[in-house]
Design a protein around this ligand. Structure first.
Ligand code: VGL
Ligand code: ZN
Length: 211
């Protein structure tokens, strides 16, 4: 594998307090993604890659919150406990995540009536976040993805990455899943593979690019 890091971006998805142990939508072992992500992001930035971190960033009455559900809402999203409310501790990046390599912080899910799992499109599949444009202008054709959660935001970001024509690589040791409904992580990995997403261990990036 020959990597032109100048054409590569690392997407760090939603490594926020609410998705880590103790948070309101805690992913089991969620903070275990931080050590591999810090290693990869320092390496990638040193080689000239763009490092981008996303943040789930919901208003307090967001449509995906069970607490805010209206009978009449047109979108029937999955319902979650309140999480990643704008400006709260739960929405902040985990303090152990190294933000120094991060070039762009992209916030998503900020419209009260739409959820956004993917870093590229909101769940209506049409409203763009601007990430595709940013990556194109930066000359990126390959994306590495790590973070939370394997079966939601990582999954949708990876599938959209493929759909938009990026070589898309998910770092298995740097993702963790919600696992709800049961089997969703396994299902997510299968559907990513089916769409041509490459699943590797993050060590491989570093080992290959040292040669
Ligand atoms: C996520 C559920 C709700 C995620 C965000 O980051 O995977 N999951 N909001
Ligand atoms: Zn959310």
């Amino acid at each position: 594998m020959i990597m032109d890091f100048a054409r590569t971006a690392l997407l760090i998805i939603d490594v926020q307090n609410d998705f880590c142990p103790g948070g309101s939508l805690a992913v089991a072992d969620g903070d275990a993604v931080i050590i591999p992500l810090n290693t990869v992001s320092r390496h990638c930035v040193h080689k000239g890659a763009a490092v981008i971190a996303t943040q789930d960033w919901h208003p307090h009455n967001h449509i995906s919150f069970r607490s805010a559900q209206k009978e009449s809402s047109a979108e029937k999203p999955a319902l979650w406990p309140d999480h990643c409310v704008q400006g709260t501790y739960g929405a902040a990046f985990h303090e152990a995540l190294d933000l120094k390599p991060v070039r762009l912080v992209l916030r998503k899910g900020f419209r009260p009536d739409t959820d956004s799992y993917s870093a590229f499109f909101e769940n209506d599949r049409r409203t763009v976040t601007g990430l595709n444009g940013f990556l194109r202008e930066a000359g990126v054709d390959t994306i590495f993805i790590g973070g939370l959660a394997t079966d939601y935001c990582v999954l949708y970001t990876a599938l959209d990455g493929r759909r938009l024509g990026f070589t898309t690589i998910v770092l298995l040791d740097a993702v963790r899943g919600v696992g709800y409904p049961s089997g969703s992580v396994e299902k997510a990995l299968l559907s990513m593979e089916k769409e041509g997403v490459v699943l590797i261990n993050s060590r491989n990036i570093i080992d290959y690019s040292l040669q």
